[in-house]
Design a protein around this ligand. Structure first.
Ligand SMILES: [Zn+2]
Length: 273
């Protein structure tokens, strides 16, 4: 079970935008109040009657703009999904943490195992949110240039992998997509960031863009689902991620699994030095 990352969130928000804009939330059922940033009573009272506008990705968060200048912010955590169901279906209260009723009689089930959040925030306060407000740059934004990446890594003596996963620096990359990003850039995950040459940084910048865009093109990662429940196909296109013992698609060397800090890494020992 893995956490949804930027491509998975984009795939989900795009599917949400095909059906949710214009729908009004008519009721909410809270099966796990601790996922909220307020009491269940306040949450239900604030969200009832709100119309859903657009859904968008920010880091590993899903932000749903509502009317009345509110934002519903989801962080799905481990094994999380947001799925649309008909009124005939009955959610399992042990699994569906929050259920939103919509005015077309459909329901949105918000499901996750742990670490998830369902926060209701005033739009003007989003930059002060204690997690969302601290997120780093969006790697698929126009502002994320090669020079920007170079500035982010400048003077940093730790492992390159740790900086790529640090949400306060670059938002949205996790332990699935980072594997193929490092392989594409021919960088060992333990490589010290301040030893990267200008060429290395160019390759890394390109690898981030290509890998994340490929994740979106193949509808996201393992067990990630869109609002209809369709699973992502990116795992069929993994280069080194989760492919221990298989051949590197570039040089045919055997892919190895190593520990880097508290995370697992998959590397080609020939390509990534
Ligand atoms: Zn290789």
């Amino acid at each position: 079970m893995v956490l949804p990352e930027l491509p998975d969130i984009i795939v989900l928000t795009r599917s949400m935008n095909t059906v949710l804009p214009g729908r009004t939330i008519t009721d909410a059922k809270i099966n796990q109040p601790k996922v909220l940033n307020m009491t269940a009573k306040d949450f239900i009272s604030l969200i009832t009657g709100r119309m859903i506008l657009q859904s968008r990705q920010r880091g590993k968060w899903i932000l749903v703009d509502l009317d009345d200048s509110l934002v519903l912010a989801f962080n799905l955590g481990m094994g999380g999904h947001i799925m649309l169901h008909t009124s005939e279906e009955t959610p399992n209260p042990q699994k569906e943490r929050v259920v939103l009723q919509l005015d077309d009689k459909k329901q949105l089930w918000i499901h996750f195992w742990w670490f998830g959040h369902v926060h209701l925030i005033k739009s003007k306060d989003i930059h002060d949110h204690k997690q969302i407000g601290k997120l780093g740059i969006e790697p698929l934004s126009d502002e994320f240039t090669k020079d920007c990446l170079s500035a982010i890594l400048s003077g940093r003596r730790g492992r390159i992998k740790s900086y790529l996963l640090n949400q306060h620096l670059i938002a949205g990359i996790g332990n699935v997509y980072v594997q193929d990003i490092l392989w594409r850039a021919r960088l060992h995950p333990q490589r010290k960031a301040n030893t990267l040459s200008d060429v290395d940084i160019s390759l890394l910048h390109e690898a981030i863009l290509i890998t994340l865009q490929e994740g979106i093109r193949y509808s996201g990662g393992p067990k990630e689902r869109d609002i209809w429940g369709n699973e992502g196909h990116y795992p069929e296109h993994y280069r080194v991620a989760y492919r221990t013992g298989k051949a590197c698609p570039r040089c045919q060397s055997t892919i190895e699994q190593i520990r880097v800090g508290s995370t697992t890494s998959y590397i080609c020992p020939q390509c990534q030095t």
